[in-house]
Design a protein around this ligand. Structure first.
Ligand SMILES: [Fe+2]
Ligand SMILES: [Fe+2]
Length: 474
C-alpha cells in the first residue's frame, strides 16, 4: 500500500486540520448540521482579538471551541433511555430551548418524551422526568462535561482547554449546570463557547438576526452581558456572517489558529488523537464499551504476526481505533436496541461505515486511512458494505480490522450477555474463513490470541488452539 499507511505523517498536516475534521463526528452525535463545531470556532474566535487574548490563550480558545462537544457521546445512551427517543433529535432540539424558562422546558419535555412509545411507557417516562428532572439534568450534563474535559487532556490539550469544556453549560446568573457557578467564576473560554454555540444554532434556524436576538435575550441570564455586547459589535459587520456561510469556511477556520503557538503534529500526538476519539466512540453505547481499544490491540497483534513494519502497524492501530467513528452518527435507539433491527434501522446501522469514510476523508492526507477504516464491513465474497468490494479490492489492513472487529463482537462480554464461549467463537470465525474473512489473517488472529485473548485466560486459549490445530491439520 502507498502513503500514508506505509509513510510517516505528512509534514504539512496540521493538528487543527485533524481535530477540525474529527469534529464533524461530534456534530453527528449532537444532531447538529455538519460543521457546527467549525462554525462555533469561527464565531468564538471573532472575540479573541477584541478581548486582547494573547496567542496562547487564543489557541486554547480555538481548541475549546472545536472540542466543546468532546463529551457528547457519554450521555447519549442515558438521554435516549430517559426520553425514550432518538438521542440526536433530543440533543439537537434542546439546544434551541432556554432551559431557565419553565414554560419552554415543559413544552420541550412534553413534545420530546416517548412519542413513539405506548401511553403507559410515555406516562412513566414523563413522571420520572417530572419528579427527578433537576437531578437527572445535572447528571447528564456532568457526565458530558467531565468526559469532554478528560478527553481534551488525553488529546494533549492544556488544563485551560479542559476547564473551558468542563464549564460549557454554566450560566452567567449561576443557574447553569453542573456546578451552578456564576459570573467571572465561569472560565472565559466556557463563556465564549456557550455564546458561540447558541449563536450558531439560532443562525442555522433563522439567520443573523435570530442569532443576535437570542444572544441579547439571554444576556445577563445565560451570558455575560459584556461578551454579548462585544459580540454584537463584531457581528455588526455583514462580512462576519458572510464568512460563516462561505464554502471555504474550513480554510478560514484553519487560518484563525494563531501561528506563533502552533504545535507540530507529532506521531505520538496523532496516536493520542486516535486513542482519544476511540474513547469518544466507545462511550456512545454501553454495548460497545472498550470495543475500539480492543480492536486496535487485536489489529496490532495480527499485523505484527503478518510481518507489517512499524509504520504500517502504527497506522493500522489508528485505523482500528477509528473504524467505528461513523457510529457516532447512529441513534442509540438503534445501537442499544435489545431486539432485532427492522430494515430501516439496519440500513441506518450499516450507514456507520460510510460515515466513517466520510469523516476521515475530510483530512486529505489521510484519505487512505479513510478507505481502510471505512471498508471494515466488506467481505471477500463481495457481500459486505458499503461498497461491495471483493478479494484484492480489499486492502490487507482492512482485512485485519474486519477479523479483529468480528472477533471482539462475538467474544467480548456485553451488559446484556456474556461473550460467546471460546470454542463457539472460534467455530464462528472458522465458518467465516474464505467468505467474509481472509484465511491468513484468521490464522494470524489464532496465533495472536494467547497474548491478546481479551477476557479469555491464556491457558484456555492455548489448549483450545492446540486442539483446533490438531483438527485442521488432520
Ligand atoms: Fe463497524
Ligand atoms: Fe466495530
Amino acid at each position: 500500500m502507498s502513503s500514508p499507511s506505509t509513510s510517516p505523517l505528512a509534514a504539512d498536516l496540521r493538528l487543527g486540520e485533524v481535530v477540525g475534521a474529527l469534529s464533524y463526528a461530534l456534530d453527528l452525535t449532537e444532531g447538529q448540521p455538519p460543521g457546527h463545531s467549525l462554525r462555533c470556532c469561527y464565531l468564538g474566535m471573532q472575540l479573541a482579538g477584541p478581548l486582547g487574548l494573547d496567542d496562547a490563550e487564543a489557541t486554547d480558545l480555538y481548541y475549546t471551541l472545536l472540542l466543546k462537544d468532546a463529551g457528547c457521546s457519554s450521555n447519549a445512551a442515558r438521554l435516549c433511555e430517559l426520553y425514550g427517543a432518538d438521542d440526536r433529535t433530543t440533543k439537537r432540539d434542546v439546544k434551541t430551548v432556554d432551559l431557565q424558562s419553565v414554560k419552554q422546558l415543559g413544552r420541550f419535555v412534553l413534545s420530546h418524551t416517548g412519542l413513539k412509545k405506548g401511553l403507559w411507557t410515555r406516562f412513566k417516562l414523563l413522571l420520572n422526568l417530572l419528579r427527578n428532572g433537576e437531578q437527572l439534568a445535572t447528571e447528564v450534563v456532568q457526565a458530558r462535561c467531565e468526559r469532554g474535559a478528560a478527553i481534551a487532556m488525553q488529546l494533549g490539550f492544556s488544563r485551560r482547554v479542559a476547564a473551558g469544556i468542563q464549564s460549557l453549560d454554566e450560566h452567567h446568573n449561576g443557574k447553569g449546570r453542573p456546578r451552578g457557578i456564576a459570573g467571572d467564576d465561569i472560565p472565559l473560554l466556557s463563556r465564549i463557547a456557550l455564546l458561540a454555540q447558541v449563536a450558531d444554532v439560532f443562525h442555522q434556524v433563522g439567520g443573523a438576526d435570530a442569532a443576535l436576538a437570542e444572544l441579547r435575550r439571554r444576556s445577563g441570564t445565560w451570558f455575560d452581558p459584556a461578551l454579548v455586547d462585544l459580540f454584537c459589535d463584531v457581528a455588526a459587520a455583514p462580512a462576519m456572517w458572510q464568512g460563516l456561510a462561505a464554502p471555504d469556511l474550513e480554510a478560514s477556520v484553519m487560518a484563525l489558529e494563531p501561528t506563533s503557538t502552533r504545535e507540530p503534529l507529532t506521531e505520538a500526538r496523532m496516536d493520542a488523537i486516535a486513542r482519544g476519539f476511540g474513547q469518544v466512540i466507545d462511550a456512545k453505547s454501553p454495548y460497545t464499551s472498550g470495543h475500539s481499544g480492543r480492536v486496535a490491540d487485536y489489529c496490532e497483534a495480527i499485523g505484527a504476526r503478518l510481518g507489517l513494519g512499524a509504520v504500517r502497524l502504527r497506522w493500522l492501530r489508528r485505523a482500528g481505533m477509528l473504524h467505528d467513528i461513523g457510529k457516532l452518527g447512529v441513534s442509540n435507539t438503534i445501537l442499544d436496541k435489545p431486539g432485532k433491527l427492522d430494515d430501516a434501522e439496519w440500513n441506518e446501522m450499516r450507514g456507520h461505515a460510510a460515515h466513517t469514510h466520510a469523516i476521515l476523508s475530510r483530512i486529505t492526507p489521510l484519505r487512505e486511512l479513510a478507505t481502510v477504516a471505512g471498508a471494515h464491513h466488506e467481505r471477500l465474497d463481495g457481500g459486505g458494505y458499503p461498497w461491495g468490494l471483493q478479494h484484492e479490492q480489499i486492502p490487507l489492513e482492512t482485512r485485519i480490522i474486519t477479523v479483529a472487529d468480528i472477533w471482539d463482537a462475538i467474544s467480548a462480554d456485553r451488559p446484556y450477555r456474556a461473550g460467546m464461549p471460546l470454542n463457539k467463537a472460534l467455530q464462528v470465525m472458522q465458518d467465516l474463513v474464505g467468505g467474509a474473512i481472509d484465511p491468513d489473517v484468521h490464522r494470524a488472529l489464532l496465533d495472536a490470541l494467547p497474548q491478546v485473548g481479551g477476557r479469555a485466560d491464556v491457558e484456555s486459549v492455548q489448549s483450545l488452539l492446540a486442539s483446533e490445530r490438531q483438527l485442521t491439520s488432520a
